[in-house]
Design a protein around this ligand. Sequence first.
Ligand code: KIV
Ligand code: NA
Length: 275
Amino acid sequence: MKTITELKRMKTEGSKIVMMTAYDYPTAAFAEKSDVDLLLVGDSLGMVVLGYPSTVYVTSEDMIHHGKAVRRGARDTFLVVDLPFGTFRGSQDRILTEAIRVFQETGADALKVEGADEVLDTIQLLTSTGIPVVAHLGLLPQSASVIGGYKVQGKTADAARKLLDDAKLCEQAGACMIVVECIPHQLTAQLAAAVSIPVIGIGAGAEADGQVLVFHDLVKYGDHRLPKFAESFSDAGAVIQDGIRSYTNAVRTGTFPGKQHHFTMKEEELMNLYG
Ligand code: KIV
Ligand code: NA
């Protein structure tokens, strides 16, 4: 398993860090076998797996349920689990109880929280408790309904300056990594240079220290629309659809099940049955 120290060294050496999301046991096992550096149980779970219209419906129970499955599939890969909407703001006691529960029950190596400002206290609180925290800046899907949809962030000099400040503040608060989503690639370059912790991008250009993609986008699994910044590296959806159609067809035409799938009763038992 890559440690935070090793991931930081990768940043310094300029070797790209590879991260992807996973939500279940087989995907996690495939990712570990494919030498992925970091796994994220993202709250994108709500949309790509559970079929909700946004991530705000995801609960800690959902994250724990899927986080445990991913951990079982990839025991030797650095695992980040998202803290879902509404769980990392409010009283420190409540945040800490919730975070400790998700951290302990999933066996995650770090938790991820969206935003800076009032979330900086959360980053500091969790880090000082011994829970490594990944920050998430730029487009914050949990706040999409406030910012007016899923839009590129940090396009003006002022907005970019704020994001650079936020990144530094996240590092100072103790964050061990930063995910940046949907920001101009030039800003990503500045941001990655401004902090010593790895900056992992999604829709943020090649200048990030690493990349993260949603599993369902990268293998094209599902009927959702692919965001502009995503790329499909295989077409799992087509393969799966094809398999289901062939199965349907085989049952209806009587070619499945065949003799090789049968169980057989002894002839004498059959005679007894008939009396
Ligand atoms: O939930 C998620 O999948 C994420 C990634 C987009 C970084 O937070
Ligand atoms: Na997320």
